[in-house]
Write a protein that binds this ligand. Sequence first.
Ligand code: ZN
Length: 407
Amino acid sequence: MELNLINKILADTAYVRMGGREEEKKAAEYLVGLCNQFTAGAYLEEFAVDLGDIKRAKLYADGKEIACKAYMCCGSGIAEGELYYLRATDKYSLSQCRGKIVMIDTYLGYWRYRDLIENGAIAFISFDGNINYADRDIDQRELRSYISKGEKLLGVNINAKDAVKMVEEGVKDIRIEVEQDEYEGRSQNVVLEMKGYREEYIVFTAHYDSTSLSTGAYDNMSGCLGLLHMIEYFSKNPHSYSLRFVFCGSEERGLLGSKAYCETHGEELDKCVLCINLDMIGCIMGKFASCCTSEKELVSYITYMGLECGFPVSVYQGVYSSDSTPFSDKGVPSVSFARHAPGNTGTIHNSYDTKALLTAEQIEKDSEFITKFADRMANAVWCPVARKIPDNMKQKLDEYLLRKKPE
Ligand SMILES: [Zn+2]
């Protein structure tokens, strides 16, 4: 792709686009326009998502107001109680949650939320950001329906600086007030199909939504640019397998776009031989990696290909926290490509994820390698990746998709 066009797309999409919000739809329509520059036929496919418009969110610590954002879809109401900082999750520490407002210092995952519910917490406080950064940003979090399963606790997110201060000062009494309208909204995938000689197809995925503070250049307009690179390439070059490009919406909200696609197109997945997913490429620093949710042979194949092409790539077998996973859960082998920036040179899900982390040249180089791999698969006489998910990967999928608690 033209480097100027890459830079223009990054500039045009430098806005927050949370799943289910207007800005996300604007970005989806923009992507349709870009696809159509290369080949006709891109369209939007909508799906339902939970939304909550926060009207009021207050946190008082010993009577003093602390800046906070309420969790979307955590319900409305008032919670009052003693603060308890859950530092560890041994049985004793958990037993101290009863009747308290619990501060957690990790991401609110499914098993941590179950801990809070089972141990009688009445509300929760999480925090993010970094005490060494100048900003006082607070990420907009949500209580996902597959985490709450209908059992809602009021929750707020605060900046790490305030969390440290509350613990340092030994804050006792907490009051949380939340008022929000919860409703069903719409998000959308951008889909483009390119027919090949065969009916069987390869699906390409990359999400285009962002989190609340991020303009999502690295995570993941960069991956969308990789998809556009391949759309341009295959619009000019033959491909034996049919190709489907899915720019996924609401990935940051729990892979909702790819899950919706796999639901809606469940029966057609029988004809899907491989999923190639791009989530974060083109950063200036860091190494290129590839995660295969497939038989081990694909790991060797891509490792060899990296050496053959003089393009270093660290390949491993695993489950990637991205849109490839719902496909693999339906039996489609997948591979995710990413360039991982060292944490002190590029971070995501905050206001520091901007175009400054990337160069058009590196996006182009990463896209070229991925396209080379895609071209081999798309023109294979027989897609060499076995269409099965090995048992060790099935177990990892069970854990990732919360059917089984990790050991
Ligand atoms: Zn991402």
